[in-house]
Design a protein around this ligand. Structure first.
Ligand code: NAD
Ligand code: TYD
Length: 355
């Protein structure tokens, strides 16, 4: 099977966690030889510093445009200027807890923004090889003790975040069915790894545990997520973009179900082994603090990715142990990044640089 021909790839949300890892993966590790145009609004979760070396090392192949996907005029200009022939759409509001408190921006970016992008793609359909939509497994809702999400599982989103992502999946699918737009969709489980904003479970626990702060565990801590190292997700997306069947969706997962409390304990134990404990603590596990549960908290996610494995030959490479160790080491080595992201200091730099 031959790869799809992609020359000028528009990546939306490329300054965020997965988007920035994806751009690194494409430019540093994959066979992609074209140009990447990264369009990002730079919300609190986006940081162009995530790609600083890429910006200097790949001049002529990497371009950054600060823009909102909800601004169709600006998107159209970018499309024309760079002769875009493929899209990988990551841009989204991505944090469930924020969606519970302030759903508005989730509706705007995840639904309306995706609609604008699809409309633009439709208007440029004759030049477009692919629109890849990056989705989440959270659209399927919650599993009980047993079973897996397959591509056939009915959508049952439980949070404003997952409902907005479900809506964007449906729009992408509908644009394929109705307008024959060349769409592929992936639905992936929880990612972890470098550059994840420290509001999500793994980086939050690593940093709090380092600093001797309480480690908040929602409810009874027995909720299950299927964790996937971010590089494995990036490799899966690139494979689907090259070889996936148009109009199809592919589940991506880590085959790695872990209870939240186990993740938190593992991080505590690994840090105890390598980094001096905060004073008065025998073990960082003493910092674990059970807090009020998240409303509508999905109990268990588990992905059946046999379609992706069977049809395209993808399997995750990173084990959970090595992935968590690498991630902890990355946060230890990037304290300056953490401080700048947490204080919001980088936003001032962004304003000066890009207006
Ligand atoms: P993130 O929050 O780290 O990054 C999102 C990026 O999108 C940021 O750079 C942000 O500035 C940008 N953005 C937000 N609104 C925008 C707008 N209106 N216009 C342009 N850019 C905008 O998110 P992430 O964890 O990297 O997730 C990326 C995608 O992958 C999302 O679509 C998410 O739903 C999906 N996903 C995430 C996970 C996960 O575990 N993180 C799992 C499966 C799927
Ligand atoms: P999160 O990283 O927010 O991802 P998602 O909600 O998209 O799965 O949360 C992962 C799991 O960890 C989820 O079950 C909620 C739980 N959690 C906590 O127990 N404490 C926390 O402080 C956070 C942020 C999450």
């Amino acid at each position: 099977m031959k790869n799809r021909l992609i020359n000028n790839l528009l990546v939306t949300g490329g300054c965020g966690f997965i988007g920035s890892n994806f751009i690194r993966y494409l430019l540093e590790e994959s066979d992609f030889s074209g140009r990447i145009i990264n369009v990002d609004k730079i919300t609190y979760a986006g940081n162009p510093e995530n790609l600083r070396e890429i910006d200097s090392q790949f001049q002529g192949r990497y371009f950054f445009e600060k823009a909102d996907i909800c601004d169709p005029g600006r998107l159209a200009e970018i499309f024309k200027t760079y002769e875009i022939d493929a899209i990988c759409h990551f841009a989204a509001e991505s944090h469930v807890d924020r969606s519970i408190l302030h759903p508005d921006s989730f509706i705007q970016t995840n639904i309306v923004g995706t609609f604008h992008l699809l409309e633009l793609a439709k208007r440029n359909a004759e030049k477009l090889a692919l629109f890849h939509h990056v989705g989440t497994d959270e659209v399927f809702g919650s599993l009980g003790e047993t079973g897996y999400f397959t591509e056939e599982t009915a959508y049952k989103p439980n949070s404003p975040y997952s409902a907005s992502k479900a809506s964007s999946d449906h729009l992408a699918r509908a644009y394929h069915k109705t307008y024959d737009l060349p769409v592929t969709i992936s639905n992936c489980s929880n990612n972890y790894g470098p550059y994840q904003f420290p509001e999500k479970l793994i980086p939050l626990i690593v940093l709090n545990a380092l600093e001797g702060k309480p480690l908040p565990v929602y409810g009874d801590g027995l909720h299950v997520r299927d964790w996937l190292y971010v590089r494995d997700h990036c490799a899966a997306i690139w494979l689907i973009m090259n070889r996936g069947v148009l109009g199809e969706t592919y589940n991506v997962g880590g085959d790695n179900e872990v209870k939240n409390i186990k993740i938190v304990e593992t991080i505590c134990d690994l840090l105890d082994k390598t980094v001096e404990k905060p004073s008065k603590l025998e073990s960082r596990r003493e910092l674990i603090t059970y807090v009020k549960d998240r409303p509508g908290h999905d109990r268990r996610y588990a992905i059946d990715f046999s379609k992706l494995k069977k049809e395209l030959g993808w399997v995750p490479e990173e084990s959970c142990e090595s992935g968590i160790e690498k991630t902890i080491q990355w946060y230890l080595d990037h304290r300056e990044w953490v401080e700048r992201v947490r204080s919001g200091e980088y936003q001032a730099w962004v304003k000066k640089q890009y207006g």
